[in-house]
Each structure stands twice: as structure tokens, then as C-alpha cells.
Design a protein around this ligand. Structure first.
Ligand SMILES: CC(C)(COP(=O)(O)OP(=O)(O)OC[C@H]1O[C@@H](n2cnc3c(N)ncnc32)[C@H](O)[C@@H]1OP(=O)(O)O)[C@@H](O)C(=O)NCCC(=O)NCCS
Length: 160
């Protein structure tokens, strides 16, 4: 089974919409700009933004395993955004693989020197995932609620 990224299709957004159970989960996943209620079509529209590339994580079947975005305009960095894994697959290493492939894409295809992200301080699973990948908090850009984190790709190369 090969796990890979592909461009999202309409049914991926339907799946994505079904993975968000409540407002807090929505805030943790996508920040304040995306708000429940939404359909898959709503999400597709709201997540299609200039300078942002969306990806579905796939094992080759039509079913989406996860979703994530890269925003290309955070200085020399690509911003990892809207990372999410299908709820039944959490805790199995899928989120780590999703991030690894997105970071590799940022480095190899986009030529980013670093990857940044924003994470709410009370999102324990996401915080632990990003720390385990080597992301470090940028205190000067963080707030009481959320951390900006950065991974310098010139130091780690593509080993992430
Ligand atoms: C955050 C998320 C993507 C992690 O995906 P996942 O597939 O469950 O994560 P993985 O199984 O790859 O775990 C990777 C690491 O994350 C950490 N982690 C994952 N789930 C965790 C949890 N519930 N509590 C604490 N740490 C956790 C662990 O350090 C784990 O490393 P380990 O395998 O060595 O223990 C997933 O929980 C999710 O989709 N959450 C909802 C959306 C969201 O909040 N996204 C973050 C936006 S910033």
C-alpha cells in the first residue's frame, strides 16, 4: 500500500466535513475563519484560497485518509495548514506521514527553506505531533492562545 498526496476531489470535502464534530474541533483544525455548519461543497469553496495548495492523503483507494494545505507566502517558509486525519485512523502514525509528505513537497517542489504552522496551545495531539517532527515555537510570533512553530529545512534537509 502506497501512501501519497493527491489533489482533493469533491467527495474528499464531503468526508472532511463529516470529520468535524463541533465548534471547538473546527477551531482547532482550521482557526476562526472556517465556521460550522458547512457542507463539503462549502468547505471546498472556503478552503480554495490564493497561494494555498490543498492535498488529500490517500492509500490509492477513493477514501481520504487525511487532508492538509500549504500556504506559500510566509516569507521564506511554506505554512502547513488545516492538517487533519480521518478520526478512525488517528493515533496510528497517519498524521506524522501526512506532515512528512507535505514538508517534503514544500522542500522539493516549492523550494521552501522552512515550514511554519499555527497551533492552539490546548491542542495536545497536534502539539505533540509537531514537536516530535522537530518544530520549535517562535515566541515572538505566538500568542497566549496559539503558538507559531517553525521547522528549518536547511538544517534537517528532507529527513523529516
Ligand atoms: C493532530 C492530528 C493530525 C494527529 O494525527 P494522528 O494521525 O493522530 O497522529 P500520529 O498517530 O501520526 O501521531 C504522531 C505523534 O503525535 C502525538 N500524538 C498523536 N495523538 C496524540 C494524542 N491524542 N495525545 C498526545 N499526543 C498525540 C504523538 O507524539 C505521536 O507520536 P508517537 O507515535 O511517537 O506517540 C489528529 O489528531 C487530528 O486530525 N486532529 C484533529 C484536527 C486538528 O486538530 N489538526 C491540527 C491543526 S493545527
Amino acid at each position: 500500500m502506497t501512501i501519497a498526496l493527491r489533489a482533493p476531489i469533491a467527495t474528499d470535502y464531503d468526508a472532511l466535513a463529516s470529520w468535524i464534530p463541533n465548534a471547538k474541533a473546527c477551531l482547532h483544525w482550521a482557526g476562526p475563519r472556517i465556521q460550522l455548519p458547512f457542507t463539503g461543497a462549502d468547505l471546498q469553496q472556503q478552503l480554495t484560497v490564493a497561494d494555498t495548495v490543498s492535498f488529500t492523503l490517500t492509500d490509492g483507494t477513493p477514501v481520504a485518509l487525511g487532508f492538509g494545505q500549504l500556504w506559500l507566502r510566509d516569507g521564506d517558509a511554506a505554512r502547513l495548514m488545516r492538517i487533519i486525519v480521518a478520526p478512525p485512523l488517528r493515533g496510528l502514525g497517519v498524521g506524522r506521514e501526512l506532515c512528512r509528505l507535505l514538508i517534503l513537497h514544500a522542500f522539493d517542489v516549492i523550494g521552501a527553506r522552512a515550514v511554519t504552522l499555527a497551533v492552539y496551545r490546548d491542542n495536545a495531539a497536534a502539539l505533540a505531533l509537531y514537536q516530535s517532527l522537530g518544530f520549535e515555537a517562535v515566541d515572538s510570533r505566538s500568542t497566549a492562545e496559539s503558538l507559531i512553530m517553525r521547522l528549518d529545512l536547511t538544517l534537517v534537509g528532507t529527513q523529516t
